[in-house]
Design a protein around this ligand. Structure first.
Ligand SMILES: Nc1ncnc2c1ncn2[C@@H]1O[C@H](COP(=O)(O)OP(=O)(O)O)[C@@H](O)[C@H]1O
Ligand SMILES: [Mg+2]
Length: 372
């Protein structure tokens, strides 16, 4: 929904100052911030943290590991090397610059010349971090979005090198990691028994509350001239599990419905998720085995995707000649991770549906088996 990006940002009071206080306290140089997907981590970082870092006269850099999740180690190294090369900071982190910060084709083209870009990845990581921090004397803030993506990486040594270099570059280098999976973040920090990781303080991104809802109702009124019942909008917000992105969409749908009733917007939003929306299309594009997997995850059944029980169920349901095995399920899962339908949670063998809305859609249609 393109119009999403232009919707007015709701500032998160005090959070930036808390972060500044912690990172300059001398007690910690690294913070992790957890919140579920679509709860506003990236927006907070881009709208508030990076601009604030500039006012503190820090050099700030933003890396989104989510878009590099096919190979997060290589992604991290390439992004850092890109910053060193461009000798530029994200001054005004708007969409364009953020995009340029992603593995831009320029950097990729440059490295694709090497026969094996993964050779000496740890050496490259160390050199890039040192070079980047060494470009000046000021504090450097490295923000790594969806940091837990590295937990699914294959090289433990790589994370050790990252940690060691982080430590070597303190106190000049400050780190801010976001993560969408509390388990993955925790497990990563525990697993790597790293002194720095253990000392990285964890923060929660507070859920947006009534003041956010009232602000959205006020926007509605500014644009339409009609009054929206903020209490009702609050009930809608509760119904959608306090996901701010969905509330923005619902306010827009209410405008489009030419009423001031947020429940009308909610119904339109739900309908869009369903019949007319892209979710039906996404669903239809899935292979039969994919659908079985996605339904299993959406219905939150306890059995592992890789259990003999689940394989047997899929075999029976699809009625194909060749039986399904956990290996074949894994192949389908890997394909869907690549296609961004599923996301690894960071714990081995644990996956979730990437888009909460697709999950809501699939759960709803699974409850209506006659449609299948
Ligand atoms: N503070 C906010 N003010 C207004 N809208 C917000 C805010 N935080 C989140 N949103 C809405 O939620 C969407 C998802 O936010 P995002 O930062 O991408 O989430 P995350 O990075 O946690 O997955 C945004 O595109 C926006 O519509
Ligand atoms: Mg994000």
């Amino acid at each position: 929904m393109g119009s999403q990006d232009s919707i007015r940002y709701f500032p998160r009071k005090d959070l930036v100052e808390t972060i500044h206080g912690l990172l300059t306290s001398g007690l910690t140089h690294a913070l992790t911030m957890f919140a579920g997907r679509r709860m506003g981590k990236t927006l907070f970082v881009k709208q508030e943290l990076l601009p604030a870092a500039e006012t503190w006269r820090w050099r700030a850099y933003y890396i989104d590991l989510w878009v590099r999740r096919d190979n997060p180690e290589l992604g991290l190294v390439e992004e850092l090397e890109g910053f060193v090369e461009r000798k530029q900071t994200l001054k005004k982190p708007d969409k364009l610059l953020a995009k340029a910060g992603y593995g831009s084709t320029g950097i990729q083209a440059e490295w694709s010349g090497a026969s094996n870009p993964e050779i000496d990845l740890q050496g490259r990581l160390k050199r890039a971090m040192r070079a980047l921090v060494g470009q000046g004397d000021e504090s450097v803030l490295l923000v790594v979005d969806e940091f837990q993506t590295l937990a699914a990486g294959k090289h433990e040594d790589f994370v050790s090198t990252f940690r060691a270099t982080m430590q070597e570059l303190q106190p000049q280098l400050k780190l801010f990691f976001t993560g969408s999976s509390r388990d993955a973040l925790n497990s990563m920090f525990r697993k790597r028994k790293a002194p720095l990781f253990e000392s990285a303080m964890s923060l929660l991104l507070p859920e947006l509350g009534d003041d956010f809802v009232e602000d959205r109702a006020a926007i509605f009124e500014e644009i339409t001239g009609k009054q929206m019942d903020a209490a009702e909008l609050g009930k809608v917000f509760h119904k959608i599990a306090h996901v701010p992105m969905y509330l923005n969409q619902i306010v827009l749908h209410t405008m489009l419905s030419l009423t001031a009733d947020p429940w009308e917007g909610f119904r339109r939003w739900q309908r869009e998720l369903g019949d007319q929306g892209s979710y039906e299309e996404q669903w239809l594009k899935l292979k039969p085995v994919d659908r079985a997997i996605v339904e299993h995850l959406a219905s939150r059944q306890p059995a592992s995707l890789f259990s003999a029980e689940f394989s047997a169920k899929v075999t029976k349901r699809l009625g194909e000649e060749k039986p399904y095995t956990p290996q074949r399920i894994q192949t389908a899962v890997n394909r869907m991770v690549k296609n961004m339908v599923l996301a690894p949670k960071g714990e081995a063998g644990e996956y979730e549906i990437e888009d909460r809305a697709l999950e809501i859609y699939v759960a709803a249609r699974t409850a209506r088996p006659s449609d299948r």
